[in-house]
Design a protein around this ligand. Structure first.
Ligand SMILES: [Ca+2]
Length: 219
């Protein structure tokens, strides 16, 4: 190979390295794409935070369907009838100054499993899921969803939250018993998210009833 040709070859290879070459990922690869992400149609929570159902899994992907690790996923309950407990399971972090916003960071496969400790329910799609990466100027809305908790009645007034705990107690027991025996179709009682009220919901409710009393987040 002539020295001039060799020089051209070296320069061409250098250009590939500098520009990233054919293996470089475009910047858009790190931007979440709502249409490619997987989100549940309903958030299923408990007072213990132990639900952990596969239906609670959120997967953040980009426009080429590639999972995005280390993306920040935020669930915004501000316009919903649900309120987080002050203490959340490991990996779930409340947003500073926003009692009703919780975040998680996606793992290497782009996943988070959101099983927050919550009170209340939301039968309309007023719970908002966002995702954000370092390349996003702002968080990208992934979905508006419904939600419920085994602690579906928020008994404690906002002014008393600092010292009065919330729990799955007698008010929930009375309401759920009535819904279960009357074959209600109200989605607030569908704790396992299978579309009906049955034994799965009874099992989840029984496991939570009388336990896990805790304070709500402060408004
Ligand atoms: Ca059910």
């Amino acid at each position: 190979m002539r020295s001039l040709d060799r020089l051209h070859l070296v320069l061409a290879l250098l250009a590939l390295v500098v520009l990233g070459g054919p293996f470089a990922r475009p910047a858009a690869a790190q931007v979440p794409s709502a249409s490619h992400c997987k989100v549940p149609s309903k958030l299923l929570s408990t007072s213990s935070g132990s639900a952990g159902s596969p239906r609670d899994t959120i997967i953040v992907r980009d426009a080429s369907n590639t999972p995005i690790s280390s993306a920040l996923v935020t669930i915004d309950f501000r316009n919903s009838g649900m309120t987080p407990y002050a203490n959340q399971p490991s990996g779930i972090t409340p947003v500073d100054g926003f009692c009703q916003m919780l975040t998680m960071v996606t793992d290497a496969t782009g996943r988070v499993i959101f099983s927050p400790r919550m009170s209340g329910y939301e039968n309309d799609t007023r719970i908002v899921i966002y995702a954000r990466t370092a390349l996003c100027d702002s968080a990208i809305c992934l979905a508006h969803i419904r939600g419920t908790s085994t602690d579906f009645i928020t008994s404690v007034p906002a002014a008393n939250r600092w010292n009065t705990p919330e729990s799955v107690g007698l008010p929930e027991f009375a309401a759920f018993s009535s819904a279960y025996t009357s074959h209600s179709a109200d989605p607030r009682y569908d704790f396992d998210g299978n579309g009906s009220i049955g034994l799965g919901d009874l099992a989840l409710f029984t496991a939570e009833y009388g336990y896990y009393s805790a304070l709500l987040c402060l408004p």
